[in-house]
Design a protein around this ligand. Structure first.
Ligand code: TXA
Ligand code: MG
Length: 357
């Protein structure tokens, strides 16, 4: 299969290009397209054969359910058995946007899409290209992130091609995505509603619309799994990644010391580095992938996956990074992704110890 690449203006895509891509989706094809979060790999959500093809193309286990994307709120009624009142309030405030709602599944949604669950995840994305495509297609579109299973999510068309060239029908290239981390997933079928995956729609923002929203306990959020081999290798680069956790200066010192030690052992080191980290590493033989300015969560989100892919492309043996030092707002999502990508988390000393003191 030859994957067709169609370049469009991200703000005002050519409607003839969009119409062709929409037709491809309606016929059961696999079309990657930009959303404001990451690139999605779209497929007709009600076409079971096409959905099976998608799982195959991604190498994704059938046990991992997909998000169904639609253009407008009135398309949701046909996909769910009930629409709780607060769904409308959340939709009014956050859609179109990086929020996914888990709702009770209607029989019209094939079990292949939801991995056999009685619930279905639904999102109305905000990206103009995604909106135009979904409107033109007029069908619900199931779309996981357009990466091979276990690779970092794609934030550019080139990332999609790196993973899926020759395995999918088309990529709509609308440039780099802006948010850069996947949507917030909120389960409305449990009481109180639970955030299953933190994202750009923050827990704080959700709580101000819907009281009682809680963060579902995540096995990756705080404790590294004892066995890296058992990690669900979502979002992960190829090289093992070590995170240094703790107060910023202490964590940075631990990172620099580890880099120096690795260089001495002739290990090729990559660092996901903020501007401050890069300054501390100046003159050292490390590959730096810029993670943005200190305290710029939006910038870090937009850069994260591209930076991990850059380090893989540079064929580093190990990746070092500092953990997010905050856990509010968008930092929660960033920390979640960093922890999922990491194979090891090291606690840096909280306080400064001068040698000999
Ligand atoms: O930002 C995004 O959400 C991107 C863009 C393309 O929309 N999509 C994305 O899809 O990240 P994917 O397949 O990589 O992640 C979907 C997440 C998974 O964590 C999956 O377990 C969860 O949504 N999910 C899907 N359906 C679910 C359901 N019925 N119940 C609970 N979780 C569900
Ligand atoms: Mg994914």
């Amino acid at each position: 299969m030859v994957t067709k690449v169609v370049r469009v203006d991200p703000d005002r895509p050519d409607l003839l290009d969009i119409a062709r891509a929409a037709e491809c989706l309606r016929r059961g094809g696999l079309v990657a397209f930009p959303t404001e979060t990451v690139y999605g790999l779209g497929v007709h959500a009600l076409d079971r054969d096409a959905v099976r093809k998608l799982f195959e193309a991604k190498g994704r286990p059938a046990s991992d359910p997909l998000i169904v994307h639609v253009a407008a709120f009135d398309q949701i009624q046909a996909l769910v058995t009930a629409l709780p009142a607060h769904a409308a309030a959340l939709a009014a405030r956050f859609w179109p946007g990086p929020l996914t709602l888990v709702l009770p599944r209607a029989a019209s949604v094939p079990p292949e899409v939801t991995a056999g669950l009685q619930t279905v995840a639904i999102r109305i994305p905000a990206h103009p290209v995604a909106r135009a495509l979904l409107s033109a297609a007029g069908i619900p579109v199931a779309a996981p992130s357009a990466n091979l299973f276990s690779r970092p999510s794609p934030t550019r068309a080139a990332h999609v091609l790196d993973d899926l060239d020759g395995r999918i029908d088309m990529v709509i290239d609308g440039g780099a995505t802006t948010v850069g981390v996947e949507s917030t997933v909120l389960d409305l079928t449990v009481d109180p509603p639970a955030v299953l995956r933190p994202g750009a729609v923050t827990v704080e923002a959700l709580q101000s619309t819907l009281t009682g929203v809680r963060l579902a306990p995540s096995r990756s959020a705080d404790t590294p799994l004892p066995s890296p081999g058992l990690l669900p290798k979502h979002y992960a680069p190829r090289a093992p990644m070590t995170l240094y956790r703790g107060q910023a200066e202490a964590a940075r010192r631990a990172l620099v010391a580890a880099a120096r030690d690795a260089i001495d052992r002739r290990v090729r080191v990559g660092v996901l580095a903020t501007s401050g980290d890069a300054g501390a590493l100046e003159g050292m033989a490390v590959v730096i992938a810029a993670f943005g300015a200190e305290d710029d969560a939006e910038g870090a989100g937009a850069r994260l996956y591209a930076a991990l892919r850059e380090l893989d492309a540079a064929q580093v043996d190990v990746i070092l990074a500092r953990d997010a030092s905050r856990d509010d707002g968008l930092w929660r999502a960033l920390r979640d992704r960093l922890h999922r990508a990491a194979t090891r988390i090291v606690d840096a000393a909280e306080r400064d110890h001068e040698p000999g003191t």
